[in-house]
Design a protein. Structure first.
Length: 201
């Protein structure tokens, strides 16, 4: 359901971008959420998927679950990641789909995109690319993806209906959605919905 909120969307995005630019630059600073490889392993990532990845790939990982626990990707599949961050999930996806598959990671934070692109280059993931964009307007053609993945990102979108419309727009008929995210059981009070500090933190 789309929330009717009196939010300055540009300001909200700016605050979120600032937070995650800091995670890209200073992953060991300490945040109200967990980051890094140990965190990924606690979430159930297969160590074999992480082995051989340099620290730069895993250190800024800030996901909240493991989209690959829902299903492993298949060789040759095309994957879109909504909210790619520093690229760890996209790189894991690129390894799973192999050289005949492709991965497009989308993120709105320049610092994360720069780190993701550098990480893909370091590990030789030539089948992964990273594009700047928003979950509500993915820069991907209609029906391109076999699978859409996302990890703790759509909860940051005020217009979740638009984000999910985009997920299904870029997905092929019969494709798969492997999203892990935060959900609430009760309606969030209007005052909290309009508090940018709560959205970002």
């Amino acid at each position: 359901m789309t929330l009717s909120v009196a939010l300055d969307l540009d300001r909200l995005r700016g605050v979120i971008q600032q937070e995650y630019a800091e995670v890209a630059a200073c992953p060991t600073k300490g945040y109200h959420f967990h980051v890094g490889r140990e965190h990924a392993e606690r979430l159930g990532y297969d160590p074999a998927d992480l082995d051989g990845l340099p620290a730069s790939v895993t250190e800024s990982f800030a996901g909240i679950g493991n989209p690959f626990a829902l299903d492993r990707l298949r060789a040759g599949e095309r994957v879109v990641e909504v909210g790619a961050g520093a690229g760890m999930d996209a790189i894991v996806a690129a390894r799973q789909v192999g050289p005949t598959g492709r991965v497009i990671g989308v993120d709105m934070t320049d610092a994360m995109l720069a780190k993701a692109r550098a990480n893909a280059a370091v590990v030789g993931a030539g089948n992964a690319e990273f594009r700047k964009g928003y979950a509500e307007a993915l820069p991907v053609e209609d029906g391109w993806a076999d699978v859409v993945i996302s990890n703790g990102v759509i909860n940051l979108c005020p217009d979740k209906d638009a984000a999910y419309r985009e997920v299904f727009r870029v997905l092929k008929p019969g494709g798969r959605v492997q999203i892990v995210d935060t959900a609430v059981r009760e309606a969030v009070p209007q005052e909290a919905r309009e508090n940018i500090a709560l959205w970002a933190g």
